[in-house]
Design a protein around this ligand. Structure first.
Ligand code: ATP
Ligand code: ZN
Length: 226
């Protein structure tokens, strides 16, 4: 990606739960894209705008580092990356432009259903499997509980049965996955939805003009859906 390009670059999730709605929103705002499945970059045919399609985990860092101008990403991933980069002394500021009306989910702690659970203090000394170690530790610290992380990038919900952890901290929407694995949701630690974020430094006048046109369109699209 050419940082000096006059084309506005927007990072979106390549394939996953945010992809369809991210593209649909940008299209509803008037940007035309022809997407080729294999391509990382998609040029708009009617605006000086490019889409960069990546893993959702990479989006906050790309925006914080100013590699791309805008990103559409879940608040859960945004906050996890922010806490991680803060701990590592890396650039971690972004401008939050809009909360978007999709990608709703929650990050919760769940325990095996046969475990007695009276409250968060019962997690003391336990090991909790998660993909969100920073959000989890941030929450436990606020609660005054000491528990360790078992960091997994997937299959978190099978960790207790596999003997890897005593509990899990995972994203929940319906709760069906927890249920299927004999787990019961006990604490909601973070509520999330998709966000539109912008790199911290000011943009060129040309790029800013596109954003000034985009934001009221997003508001209009979301208002019409309410
Ligand atoms: P990637 O390959 O891009 O890393 P992923 O497997 O990490 O994908 P997805 O499962 O596609 O991620 O979820 C992407 C984001 O969608 C989550 O981080 C969260 O913000 C949101 N999300 C999670 N669960 C749901 C859900 N059930 N409904 C809507 N949005 C969700
Ligand atoms: Zn991801």
């Amino acid at each position: 990606v050419d940082k000096n390009s006059q084309r506005l670059t927007i990072a979106i999730q390549k394939s996953g739960r945010l992809s369809k709605e991210s593209i649909a929103l940008l299209q509803a705002c008037g940007f035309k894209f022809s997407l080729h499945e294999a391509r990382l970059l998609a040029h708009s045919s009617n605006q000086p705008v490019d889409l960069l399609r990546v893993r959702d985990d990479d989006i906050p860092g790309l925006v914080m580092d100013g590699v791309v101008d805008l990103g559409l990403v879940g608040e859960n991933v945004l906050e996890e990356v922010r806490l991680e980069r803060q701990a590592l002394n890396l650039a971690c500021s972004v401008q939050r432009l809009r909360a978007l009306d999709f990608g709703q989910c929650r990050l919760s702690i769940a325990v095996p259903k046969e475990e007695g659970y009276r409250g968060v203090q019962d997690l003391e000394g336990k090991r909790i499997a998660t993909t969100y170690p920073y959000l989890l530790q941030n929450y436990l610290k606020q609660q005054g509980v000491n528990a360790s992380n078992a960091i997994l990038t997937g299959s978190v919900e099978v960790a207790p049965r596999a003997g890897l952890a005593d509990a899990v901290c995972d994203l929940v929407s319906t709760g069906a996955t927890l249920e299927a694995n004999g787990l019961v949701e006990k604490e909601v630690i973070f509520r999330s939805q998709a966000q539109l974020i912008q790199r911290p430094e000011p943009l060129s006048a040309a790029k800013q003009a596109i954003i000034d046109q985009l934001l009221p369109r997003i508001d209009g699209v979301q208002m019409a859906r309410e």
